[in-house]
Write a protein that binds this ligand. Structure first.
Ligand code: GTP
Ligand code: MG
Length: 439
């Protein structure tokens, strides 16, 4: 993406991090832990961390986010450390962004967590749909934040400095007219991206319809970023899926067939990881992934047990799933990386967390994978409906499907069709409901 190059040049930049704790609030992670996570994000985006600071405030300053005294302190720190970038751990409003840019001056780039995550997404998107949705999310994020950083767009559009006045970049910044030109360009680009995305999605929709006909249960891997979801899918399928000790290594969903102990197959799909303080607008950009999760018959919630904040990670994942309206399908809690666990008991999720089973595994060493497959099989089998059906003789395909996927208890041939009693998997219920007989 050409615009990204403007924000991040090839050489690693020096970044200074700023965290804020709001007095009286109870965040999921402490300010210090959240800053450590921000440091990982900055590192993944290609920056070196040269310093950080945190402030506890009673309220967020409407103009400068942190108090103005703190702004001055940060400005001194930036000079002392030679940082070119300052990254706030929370989303800055467009007003904050403008004011902070003004206070820190031309040489300093002001970013927030969302901008950083968007940049990593842009680096990691590998499919056309992924690239389009990230670009769209980036423009939508930037549109209200349009400031001097955008004069380059006007140049690309053939405007030149003249249109915005004669002051030139750095002296006066773009004039109002110039910003309007930029905004119009961006809106046009946003419309074009939306149209392109629709086309790509239509195409994908057809693939999905084909899969629906096959009716193999779909299991989605969900979890915090870096929990080991892709490693697990790789371990179960032997396929060459991208794994990295990076945040948001996976963006686009990958689906593979996995054989269960009984020989029956399932489809398992790897999805984008979640993180705390991920704005819903960003999550919403990942429609492809989210659709996979919403359609799943079972979720495998992968948690990195070696993380001190493992329980907070589960909470973040649950919150995000609720935010994107995932129906309450059963979950298996998968404690991954037990090879790094010190042998003490597993953490206890909160009492209102519900899961069908908990399994401890190591996707790296393969420990516990058999038990996990057994648990998947058992959980799917438990989602069965006892049905009495009368299937017309011309629907032999449905009778075969029943024998392949369900447990058939009785079968008799009668005048108007084959009458069966069977335990049918929940995900096939819709297919058979028109043939139900009263019990
Ligand atoms: N020690 C150990 N490391 C693991 C295990 N599973 C995964 N890892 C490592 O954890 C890192 C992240 O693994 P991924 O599979 O890419 O994690 P992910 O959940 O797909 O992460 P994102 O796609 O970034 O959301 C990699 O360096 C893996 O090698 C495990 O069981 N034990
Ligand atoms: Mg992954």
């Amino acid at each position: 993406m050409a615009e990204r190059d403007y924000f991040y040049s090839e050489a690693r930049e020096q970044a200074f991090l700023v965290g804020v704790g709001l007095r009286g609030s109870r965040p999921l992670l402490s300010v210090a832990d959240s800053l450590s996570e921000l440091a990982l994000l900055a590192d993944t985006a290609g920056m070196d961390i040269v310093g950080q600071t945190a402030q506890n405030v009673a309220r967020i300053d409407p103009a400068t986010f942190v108090g103005s005294g703190k702004v001055e302190e940060i400005r001194t720190d930036l000079l002392a450390t030679g940082a070119q970038v300052v990254i706030f751990d929370d989303e800055l409003s467009p007003r904050h962004q403008r004011e902070l840019e003004r206070r820190f001056g031309e040489a300093i780039k002001v970013l927030d967590r969302s901008a950083l995550i968007l940049d990593i997404f842009a680096q990691h998107a590998s499919t056309r749909e992924g690239a389009l949705q990230v670009e769209l999310a980036q423009y939508e994020y930037r549109l209200p934040r349009l400031t001097r950083a955008w004069t380059h767009l006007a140049r690309q559009a053939g405007g030149g400095a003249g249109r915005g006045g004669t002051g030139g970049v750095g002296l006066r910044g773009p004039g109002e007219t110039q910003l309007e030109v930029d905004r119009r360009d961006i809106r046009r680009r946003i419309d074009k991206l939306k149209t392109d995305l629709e086309l790509v999605r239509l195409h994908r929709g057809r693939h999905r319809a084909q899969r629906d006909r096959a009716k193999i249960p779909l299991i989605a891997l969900v979890g915090y970023t870096n929990a080991g979801k892709s490693t697990l899918l790789r371990a179960l399928t032997g396929s060459n899926i991208y794994v990295a000790d990076q945040l948001f290594a996976t963006l686009d969903p990958t689906t593979r067939r996995v054989a269960l102990p009984s020989g029956r197959h399932i489809l398992m799909t790897d999805t984008v990881g979640f993180i705390q303080k991920l704005p819903t607008t960003l999550v919403a950009a990942f429609r492809a992934t989210l659709e996979e999760i919403r359609e799943a018959d079972l979720l495998l919630e992968v948690v990195d047990v070696s993380q001190a904040n493992a329980l907070q990670h589960i909470e973040t994942v649950e919150d995000t799933l609720a935010e994107i309206d995932v129906p309450p399908v059963p979950r298996i809690l998968v404690w991954n990386k037990v090879d790094l666990h010190d042998g003490a008991d597993l953490p206890q999720p909160s009492a209102d967390y519900q899961c069908a089973a908990q399994v401890a595994i190591s996707a790296s060493t393969g420990a516990g994978l058999d038990a996990l497959l057994e648990a998947i099989e058992a959980t799917l089998a438990a989602q069965l409906y006892a049905l009495k059906l009368c299937i017309p003789y011309q629907r032999g395909d449905l009778v075969s499907l029943l024998h392949e996927t369900a447990t058939v208890e009785t079968q008799t041939h009668q005048e108007d069709g084959i009458v069966l009693t069977a335990h049918v998997p929940a995900y096939l219920f819709e297919r058979f409901k028109d043939y139900r007989l009263p019990e």
